[in-house]
Design a protein around this ligand. Structure first.
Ligand code: GDD
Ligand code: MN
Length: 376
């Protein structure tokens, strides 16, 4: 029998590092005056929990990034992801959630409209077994606060539309305030659209299996400082998200926009042709050449501004983009003529030939330009 091993007694208690429990993702776009008050509020609300803050900033121009850097100078639990140019709220939250090792993640707006005081309850609901816990304005005493009638009405319509595409019943699918298991996000990400503002809805509709949802009511507050980024573009992106989800991704939001821009471009083409031919007395060839060139320029500029607003080209890249886009459209036109001729030879119906050519041309232009002109 050996004598029991004697360990040296330690003069100090060992340093204990508790594992990270929660990452709070905060998307920011020009929220300089809001970050300090928000962080103070989060520190208060989450006292006693191991958490980190991850700011995801899309090129704020008001000093938001500098402000976050200042606040993070003496802390290891504040991180900043800098993205270039405006890339969108949904993808900001998704990328933030993918950038942490915490098992549970939260999304909260930077402008203090979400009531951070319910974060512990949301977190506890997930710890107790829910896949996701949502802050709701529409159940059990939650409220939209000081919203005017028109915004309440718009939000109602959007909420009703949303119910059509998710099997999971939640009272506030438009909420941007929730806590979720990181695994549930990772499982849904490959199927998510990432378009626009409605990341929760996207997540619920894209999850491979229905998520167990808990809801915690809160009252939506008024914005503290700065301005809202909700504009008509956001409403359009919301509709595109719905189409994308209803067709299960068969009709991507981007393609719808691209085709819509093309349709407007055709009107521009015809209007210019009419003006130059009938108004200015150009020959048909000269008038149509100028009109086509103009519509290519128009299509490029509008697609760059709208369809690819998250990858917008500027300066020299804009010119290079215009060149590759023109090339793509040129090849598309050749394909269009060829296909319509082939179909016409077979069927002998002129408009079927024409439509077939246009369809192939449009899809080619979309696919090729997404690769050549607006490649990620
Ligand atoms: N990184 C990044 N990129 N952040 C953005 C972007 C963007 O393109 N656009 C907006 N944000 C940030 C804002 O800085 C803010 O922190 C948060 O996202 C919400 O933006 P607001 O402009 O304040 O939007 P809102 O108040 O109209 O919408 C919010 O409330 C809705 C409920 O009615 C959002 O939280 C929605 O998700 C929520 O559904
Ligand atoms: Mn807001």
């Amino acid at each position: 029998m050996n004598a029991p091993l004697r360990l040296p007694t330690r003069p100090f208690a060992p340093v204990e590092l508790r594992p990270l429990a929660l990452a709070v993702i905060i998307p920011t776009l020009n929220e300089c005056d809001n970050v300090a008050p928000l962080l103070a509020a989060l520190d208060r609300a989450l006292a006693g929990r191991e958490w980190e803050a991850i700011f995801v900033d899309d090129g704020s121009t008001d000093g938001t990034q500098g402000e976050i850097e200042t606040l993070a100078r003496h802390r290891r639990d504040i991180r900043l992801i800098r993205r270039h140019g405006r890339r969108g709220l949904s993808t900001a939250i998704i990328e933030g959630m993918m950038a942490t090792t915490a098992p549970v993640v939260a999304a909260i707006d930077a402008d203090m409209q979400h009531d951070e005081a319910i974060l512990p309850r949301l977190h506890d609901a997930v710890l107790a077994g829910a896949d996701i816990a949502v802050g709701t304005r529409y159940a059990n005493g939650g409220s939209t606060g000081e919203w005017d009638k028109s915004r309440v009405r718009k939000s109602e319509i959007a909420t009703r539309l949303a119910a059509a595409i998710t099997q999971t019943r939640v009272s506030d699918p438009m909420s941007g305030f929730f806590v979720v298991r990181r695994e549930a996000v990772l499982a849904a990400v490959p199927h998510m659209s990432g378009v626009g503002f409605k990341v929760l809805l996207d997540l619920l509709a894209s999850s491979p299996q229905p998520l167990a949802v808990a809801e915690v009511p809160y009252t939506f507050r008024s914005r503290q400082a700065g301005a809202s980024k909700l504009d008509s573009m956001v409403a359009l992106e919301y509709l595109l998200l719905l189409v994308d989800k209803i067709t299960h991704g068969a009709v991507p939001a981007r393609m719808i926009l691209f085709l819509a821009v093309g349709a407007v471009g055709l009107i521009v083409n015809l209007a210019a042709l009419d003006m130059l031919l009938n108004g200015a007395g150009f020959t048909f060839r000269a008038a149509q050449t100028a009109a086509v060139a103009l519509s290519i320029l128009f299509n490029f500029a509008l697609n760059n501004w709208l369809t690819y607003n998250d990858r917008r080209l500027r300066g020299l890249a804009w010119l290079r983009g215009l060149a590759t886009f023109t090339l793509v459209c040129g090849i598309g036109a050749i394909a269009q003529v060829g296909i319509s001729e082939m179909v016409y030879d077979e069927r002998r119906i002129w408009w079927i030939g024409g439509l077939a050519g246009a369809a192939v041309g449009a899809v080619w232009n979309y696919a090729a330009s997404s690769f050549l002109t607006w490649r990620r």
